[in-house]
Design a binder for this molecule. Sequence first.
Ligand code: SF4
Length: 188
Amino acid sequence: PKGGEICIEDLDKHARASYPLCMRFLHEALRTHHHLRHFGRLQYGLFLKGIGVSLQDAMRFWREEFTRIMDVDKFEKEHAYNVRYNYGQEGKRTNYTPYSCMKIICSSVGPGDHHGCPFKHSDVKILANKLQAYGISSQYVGEISELVKGNHYQVACGKYFEATHGKPSNGIQHPNQYFEESQVALGN
Ligand code: SF4
């Protein structure tokens, strides 16, 4: 989809059907906690820009979530700048690029963080439970777990794509490429 075609009202649906796991986890954590830490906001915020969410919609999306746990003033003071920053509207006015799998896999992730690549950064048992809860068949969960144990994170991600789309991916290099491929596979 070209810029502006993705509507923030559809993000829950896209998270279930078209997001790679790294972004699905961030989206769900944001919906649950109404907050993400700095690197989570960056990883997810740039992804959203990449799938075609406009700055205006992104601002509304983050504001609606964050203001469930903070007042609008605090949001405007502490977070609105960063949303504009992601879109190159503040600071050095760089048009920041969404993160690739390599960058996400290599990021450092601590307790309480939701960013990173789940295939690399999640405990394999917790990951397997999560996949089961998402309705992934035990055969796929088993295959994905084996790939994770062998440190084949992006191949595991491709298996997740296959399990959720009924066809293999072309090889996952970038979360935004995953999304685009998913949209094509779903006929959107
Ligand atoms: Fe995200 Fe890439 Fe990890 Fe897949 S392999 S979950 S797209 S970082």
